[in-house]
Design a protein around this ligand. Structure first.
Ligand SMILES: [Zn+2]
Length: 402
């Protein structure tokens, strides 16, 4: 039986904190509903002490999103925790998320606290948080650069104070997969009572390893993954929700874990985030990029027309994308050109195909992609006849293959 994995979405908190992605409370709420429908287990809505707007956003989302746990972030200090607890009051399933750094670098340069003080702060913070919520997550910020024995000590204090989730963030995106998995395995082995809590991972993508690190940690015993739509987040971003979820789904044979995510809603949510923030993903972004299901090379297009299995490991409809695209350019072959012309309503006789293809190549040499209206001119120039039926459409360059 595959093991269930909790998806903790931090698009509205860590994601929203990053440059260019800040959202008003109304915008957060607009995205919270689709995230809930997507099936995230935990929806981290904000950092209430940070601003009045964030308090309001968490409070409103807590009131309106009843199907998911709603989380609020707080530093391990009283004022933060009380503010987060107040914002979460209307929640059906509140989760208070408190954190403190555990690496010497952060203790010395940022917190100016001793190790003993950090252990005490952790205990007090989690105790107080439990007064506001049955579910309390404790994060050891910069865990991957922390002394392991000290990390154990802090996590033991958090457990003793009643933490239900222990998060081990790779805050600066420094880990590599085998090392991160070893850290999780170490904690599973050495932390007394670790089974009482869910082990969680939160990886940043500074070396492009956030998803790989998250997946490696699952094999070592982590059962919650923190991630964000389109991989947004501080600096290079968080592990991308869609990549984690689809890796688990497509490679269920190698990764025996399941999530509650309704994958066909992934693309609509990705688009909605881009619309709200005005920032889209790069074209070659896995799963949701414009080119993720686009094929231009002739050999690939020919294969796709024969069977999508040749060049696609998942169908676009699994993630909510209507169809694959065979984009016509100078690398496209006769087969794809003929298929598109016929879709547009033109009859291509065998003896005409060569001439049409040569005309097409002349255009394709001048421009990167040959759009449908150009194909129409080429068809007319070559004297192709129209197929019976509705007039040829000339507005889309997509070739549906599903
Ligand atoms: Zn983070």
């Amino acid at each position: 039986m595959p093991e269930p994995i909790r998806i903790f979405d931090t698009t509205l908190r860590d994601g929203e904190q990053s440059p260019g992605f800040s959202m008003t409370p109304e915008e957060k709420l607009r995205l919270a509903h689709p995230l809930e429908e997507l099936g995230v287990d935990v929806l981290e809505a904000g950092f209430p002490i940070a601003s009045e707007g964030d308090f309001l956003a968490v409070q409103t989302i807590a009131r309106e999103c009843r199907q998911t746990s709603v989380a609020a972030l707080a530093r391990a200090v009283e004022a933060d925790i009380r503010r987060a607890g107040d914002a979460l009051r209307p929640a059906a399933r509140p989760l208070l998320h408190t954190f403190i750094a555990t690496s010497d670098i952060h203790l010395q340069h940022k917190l100016k606290r001793t190790r003993a003080q950090v252990v005490a702060d952790t205990y007090t913070a989690v105790r107080l948080a439990r007064e506001y919520a049955d579910e309390v997550e404790f994060s050891a910020e910069d865990a991957t650069r922390s002394d392991r024995d000290f990390l154990l000590e802090v996590l033991a204090a958090a457990l003793e104070a009643g933490a239900t989730v222990l998060n081990i963030p790779d805050t600066v995106g420094y880990s590599v997969p085998h090392e991160y998995a070893a850290l999780i395995a170490f904690l599973r082995e050495r932390l007394p009572g670790v089974d009482k809590a869910i082990l969680s991972v939160h990886c940043h993508d500074d070396l492009g390893l956030a998803v790989a690190n998250s997946l490696a940690a699952l094999a070592a015993g982590a059962r919650q993954v923190e991630c964000a739509i389109n991989g947004i987040g501080e600096r290079a971003g968080n592990a991308s929700l869609e990549e984690v979820v689809m890796a688990l789904r497509v490679r269920a044979d190698a990764l025996p874990y399941v999530t509650r995510i309704r994958t066909e809603k992934i693309y609509p949510v990705s688009l909605q985030l881009a619309e709200i923030t005005g920032i889209g993903v790069q074209p070659n972004k896995a799963i949701v990029g414009r080119n993720a299901f686009a094929h231009t090379a002739g050999i690939h297009q020919d294969g796709m027309l024969k069977s999508p299995l040749t060049y696609e490991i998942m169908t676009p409809s699994t993630v909510g994308i209507a169809s694959s695209q065979l984009l016509l350019g100078k690398h496209s072959g006769r087969h794809a050109l003929q298929a598109r012309l016929e879709q547009l309503g033109w009859r291509v006789e065998r003896e005409q195909l060569d001439a049409v293809y040569q005309a097409f190549l002349q255009v394709a040499d001048r421009q990167k992609l040959v759009a449908d209206d150009c194909l129409r001119d080429i068809a007319l120039g070559a004297g192709l006849a129209q197929l019976p039926g509705p007039a040829p459409a000339a507005h889309s360059s997509a070739v549906a293959t599903q």
